[in-house]
Ligand binder design. Structure first.
Ligand code: KG4
Ligand code: ZN
Length: 365
């Protein structure tokens, strides 16, 4: 073990993954344990906050021990503890954060409260050392934003969803199609079964809200409603497998068109605002929906046309994990951005507190 490099334990419990990781400052992930609560929430077709918090509580201790064992370290080898302090389901956030604070207090270690969104946004620095400033498309179950990552703790939010988050739209549309939870990955699998793409697009046309408009905001509720209308128009009884594959395909293509349009605007703005400040302009996609291959392909060709680099984290680091939280901890430790043990859990915690509030944006703004 190289003792000159700092090591942090990262804890993530803001949604339905109990995740703990140990990461070293050179970006080596020494351990990364994720316990998905799929079974607990499946019957309800979505995450139930109370059940999530209780399940985190049940598993957090053994995950922390497991992550330390896997990494071959003990508490005395750690330089700090980082835990998600928001935004997210508050009961779950409190379980992870309190566990982190207790370890920090008992072992006299610094504590760092991490913004979950910053975890997603900085993953590209953990995996690929992307330099600031860079453009970020953050697409998860709770958020859909276009940001500029200027520095640790310093973000400009250029766009956000005015209604549903993209992951939420994937999940709700998948549910309407009768696909099991979690909807996003299952919808992608189903779309791959589409036999006749041209016919599918004709049979199930879908709207592209805000396409062609200025700015970088998103809207997805109209898309979800259109999926519902298609499903309701089909004959009574179960949808055929072919119908579902066609509708899923049309949905995914439409999402691609929306992202292409919104990101095109963001790329133009980024290049005109920041090109002097960065050697290689880069677009980073992150959050659970970044695991979608069609979305990755669309963004990759968009950046190619703009002479920009494109970075997408490996699939395992797209959805929620402890490594991204530990990494933000390491970045903040370097900047001496430590927290005291009275830091509160925050259900809402915008990365850019100066960003204009959007009507109807709610928690997701
Ligand atoms: O970042 P994440 O793990 O949790 C939040 O912070 O929300 O994102 C979860 C979201 C879910 O809505 C899930 O359906 C979606 O990411 N997702 C996908 C795919 N994999 C996960 N959506 C589309 N295609 C995928 N392959
Ligand atoms: Zn997330």
């Amino acid at each position: 073990m190289d003792n000159s490099l700092k090591i942090i334990l990262g804890i993530e419990t803001s949604c339905d993954e109990t995740a703990v990781a140990v990461v070293r400052e050179d970006g080596k992930i020494l351990s990364n344990l994720i316990l998905s609560q799929l079974k607990e929430h499946e019957a309800f077709g979505g995450v139930v906050p109370e059940i999530a918090a209780r399940t985190h509580m049940e598993h957090i201790d053994k995950l922390i021990k497991g992550a330390l064992d896997d990494a071959g370290v003990s508490f005395s080898n750690l330089d700090a503890i980082a835990a998600t302090s928001g935004p997210g389901l508050i009961g779950g956030v409190m379980v992870g954060m309190m566990a982190g604070k207790a370890i920090a207090a008992a072992h006299k270690l610094p504590f760092i409260g991490v913004n979950h969104l910053e975890g997603h946004a900085l993953t590209a620095r953990l995996t690929d050392q992307v330099q600031f400033p860079y453009l970020v498309l953050l697409v998860s179950g709770g958020h859909t934003q276009i940001l500029v990552a200027e520095n640790v703790g310093q973000y400009k939010r250029w766009g956000t969803t005015l209604d549903d988050a993209l992951g939420e739209c994937f999940d709700k549309s998948a549910k309407l199609m009768g696909l099991p939870y979690p909807g996003g990955p299952n919808l992608e699998k189903m779309a791959a079964n589409c036999q006749n793409p041209a016919q599918a697009l004709k049979k199930f046309p879908l709207p592209t809200p805000l396409k062609g408009r200025d700015g970088c905001d998103f809207s997805f509720s109209g898309l979800k409603t259109a999926v519902r209308n298609h499903v309701e128009k089909l004959p009574e009884g179960d949808l055929t497998r072919e119908d579902i594959a066609d509708l899923a395909y049309s949905f995914q293509i439409t999402v691609g068109k929306i992202l292409q349009d919104r990101c095109h605007n963001a790329i133009q703005k980024f290049l005109s605002t920041y090109s002097k400040n960065c050697e290689i302009p880069t677009l980073v996609v992150c959050g659970g929906v970044a695991a979608n291959s069609h979305i990755r392909d669309i963004l990759e060709s968009l950046t190619k046309q703009a002479n920009m680099d494109f970075m997408a984290p490996p699939m395992t680091l797209c959805s929620d994990n402890g490594a991204m939280i530990a990494w933000v901890g390491l970045e903040k430790l370097k900047h001496d951005m430590l927290d005291t043990l009275d830091i509160a859990a925050r259900p809402r915690w915008p990365l850019d507190p100066t960003a204009e509030k959007r009507p109807g944006g709610g928690v997701k703004a």
